[in-house]
Design a protein around this ligand. Structure first.
Ligand code: AFP
Length: 257
């Protein structure tokens, strides 16, 4: 029985099926010139007269499927190429107890899928407070650099609450909806360039957090100032409210000295 397959097989099938569905629909959009998926090595040309490049992760967090946690899809919309400064919009969808979509253009808007009509109804605009209460510390803790561990420990001593599922989309969605905090996936001894991918995950969420009144950095500068040498490059990344990101910048600048 299929259910006997190892969860990895099922996840692989879901990753591939999700990618096929997204590609089929994006290829119908006349304003799209090219798309690239986290699931593919190379981009797909769509419409030579189009003007938008779309980089997407069709099913982020697929390792969480077999433990029935929330997962999501992430879309970065670029004009002129896949660099942080070329992001012109970002969208993500969270598949949880409810299906919700967040669209970042000049503002950040929350939509909720109406099961009866099949339409995403507008709910509200999302804004981050100056300071939050939630901390999502990613990466293998025994591989954290000492100064990073001290920074995380100090935030917990300030009373931050640990909220980390291992799914970037629900983890960042929670911080955004609860008004603030910090999500960190840093450079570590085993992953010195971080784990999360620039084009498909990091640049889109950096855009969302900046438009929601927060900040997103690699430890030293805005993630949206970064470019990418290869389609699947990764980067250390921190997303959050101004107070927490300022702490990150102070910590990492201090560690350089
Ligand atoms: P999977 O897609 O393999 O489940 O990885 C999810 C992810 O890319 C991102 O959604 C999480 O924030 C991050 O990995 C979690 O990584 P760790 O399991 O190393 O904390």
């Amino acid at each position: 029985m299929d259910s006997q397959n190892s969860s990895g097989d099922i996840q692989v099938k879901l990753d591939v099926i999700s990618d096929e569905i997204v590609e089929k629909h994006l290829c119908k959009v006349s304003s799209v010139i090219e798309i690239i998926s986290e699931e593919k090595a190379e981009p797909v040309r769509v419409n030579e007269s189009g003007k938008y490049y779309v980089a997407y992760d069709p099913l982020d967090g697929s390792s969480l499927i077999d433990v029935n946690l929330s997962v999501g899809s992430i879309f970065g919309i670029y004009k002129g190429g896949y660099s942080g400064e070329n992001v012109v919009a970002a969208v993500y969808v969270v598949y949880g107890p409810r299906v919700e979509m967040v669209v970042a253009r000049d503002t950040v808007e929350l939509f909720r899928l109406n099961e009866k009509t099949g339409v995403f109804d507008f709910v509200k605009e999302l804004r981050l407070n100056e300071k939050g209460k939630i901390l999502a510390p990613g990466g293998t803790q025994k591989e954290w650099y000492p100064f990073h561990k001290e920074m995380i420990d100090n935030l917990f001593k300030e009373g931050y609450r640990l909220r980390y599922s291992g799914g970037m989309v629900p983890d960042l969605h929670q911080i955004l909806l609860k008004g603030g905090g910090l999500f960190a996936y840093p450079a570590t001894n085993d992953k010195p360039k971080g784990k999360l991918r620039k084009l498909f995950e990091v640049f889109p969420f950096a855009y969302v957090y900046n438009k929601a009144g927060g900040l997103a950095v690699d430890g030293f500068k805005s993630l949206l100032e970064l470019d990418s040498q290869n389609y699947h490059d990764t980067t250390p990344c921190f997303f959050g409210s101004n107070y927490e990101i300022t702490k990150v910048l102070q910590t990492y600048e201090g560690a350089k000295k």
